[in-house]
Design a protein around this ligand. Structure first.
Ligand code: AMP
Length: 395
């Protein structure tokens, strides 16, 4: 894996694909700087080496040039975070960008306008990628969130830097963390998969059955399994057409010696709302008119044992409808178990969308070994796919 330490950036111009797709409020203030903060180590390292940096990113999903998606709105915040002046050009390719890049001195930072103002970006257009490539001497990809897209700036551009393309610090960390879970993992390895549907996680389940010792299944997915096994699930969420698949997964798990742990009890509610009436019931005995919205206390006790014995833990998807306070306990408690296991030396990776928001919301982020920055990209890696943005650097 070629990383920043493989290149001496002194006197070089690094063209860095970052993910500065940050949320803005109605006055165009950045409301969450996580992604800019996350790119800082890579930028600092290159500047400290005596290089200069050209930052390129997308923002939102503009149709052509749309002022509200201009990266000019984030110049001040980026400058504040990096502690340096940030120059800006109003087009990511063409004369203005080329001139600004050519004049860039060691230690200086240039931010290019939104890549997606050109439809060639998402189309993965070769000529457009070549124009971007003209701007720098070294290509650095540090945008994990878009690494699963074969766009001009994330993938195609890399071929114009056959000897000078590397992973940025953030992307390298994502790859290393996933490798620690799926390749060089210390046993026992446990995956916790939650969320709403079996159908959106099926490829992940199939891929990780080869890598884990324990699989904890929670969240809305539970009920497709429980119904397939003959349990009564009341009005709980269920994908009837996936029942056979659920049984097939259980069969495969058995053949692969993977222990599956399903909830044994649930917090059932008489409506899909926070102030619904609730009762704790056996997962197989949910009355009609009631639906399981969170894991129950016995389930959490069982999960605790598995988690605390694990040396490697992967968590994707909440155990209940954590957006509603009364059904967040399972997800919070699971997060606390994982935090405890991590403190005792286990490696824990949280990735893929909603579990990341849950971990952040409940203040558990610092207690996990690594929290992934890319939802879709992490899911595709868990599915065992090679991401085009990663392959392009490795080729
Ligand atoms: P996913 O995007 O597939 O990871 O699913 C995340 C969503 O699953 C969250 O919005 C949760 O509210 C939802 N969820 C978790 N458990 C349940 C459940 N028992 N019933 C309905 N939705 C659930």
């Amino acid at each position: 894996m070629k990383t920043l330490s493989d290149i001496d950036f002194k006197g070089k111009k690094a063209l860095i694909r970052v993910d500065f797709n940050v949320p803005l409020d109605e006055n165009f203030n950045v409301t969450d700087t996580t992604r800019i903060d996350a790119a800082k180590p890579t930028i600092d390292k290159i500047l400290n080496d005596g290089g200069s940096v050209i930052l390129m990113s997308h923002l939102g999903r503009p149709k052509g040039v749309e002022e509200k998606y201009s990266l000019k709105h984030i110049v001040a915040k980026t400058s504040e975070i990096l502690g340096k002046d940030v120059k800006f050009v109003t087009n990511c390719v063409g004369d203005e960008a080329e001139k600004a890049a050519a004049n860039l001195q060691p230690g200086e930072i240039l931010l290019l306008e939104n890549l997606r103002f050109h439809e060639e970006e998402e189309a993965g257009d070769d000529a457009f990628a070549q124009k971007l490539a003209k701007l720098g001497d070294v290509y650095v990809n540090d945008a994990f969130g878009t690494a699963h897209r074969a766009h001009a700036s994330t993938t195609i551009v890399a071929k114009y830097f056959p000897e000078n393309k590397v992973f940025g610090a953030l992307l390298a960390k994502e790859i290393e963390s996933l490798d620690k879970v799926l390749k060089n993992s210390e046993k026992p390895v446990t995956a916790v998969l939650g969320g709403s549907k079996v159908s959106s996680k099926i490829t992940v389940i199939e891929n990780i059955l080869d890598k884990v010792d324990h699989l904890i299944i929670g969240g809305g997915m539970t009920f497709t399994f429980v119904k397939a096994l003959g349990g009564k699930i009341g009005d709980s969420i269920c994908e009837d057409d996936k029942q056979e698949l659920a049984l097939e997964i259980l069969k495969q798990a058995k053949a692969k010696n993977v222990q599956i742990h399903l909830p044994v009890d649930v917090i059932a509610a008489d409506g899909f709302k926070n102030d619904a009436n609730t009762q704790v019931v056996d997962v197989n005995e949910i009355p009609d008119g009631w639906q399981g919205l969170d894991a129950g206390p016995k389930s959490l006790e069982n999960f605790k044992k598995v988690i605390l014995e694990s040396k490697t833990i992967l968590w994707n998807g909440p155990l209940g409808v954590f957006e509603m306070e009364n059904f967040a306990k399972g997800t919070i408690t699971l997060g606390e178990f994982i935090a405890e296991a991590t403190q005792k030396g286990a490696f824990s990776l949280v990735g893929g969308g909603d579990s990341v928001s849950a971990v952040k919301q409940f203040g558990l982020e610092p207690k996990m070994s690594y929290v992934s920055t890319g939802g879709g990209a992490m899911l595709e890696m868990l599915e065992g796919k090679t991401l085009p943005g990663i392959a392009a650097i490795q080729e």
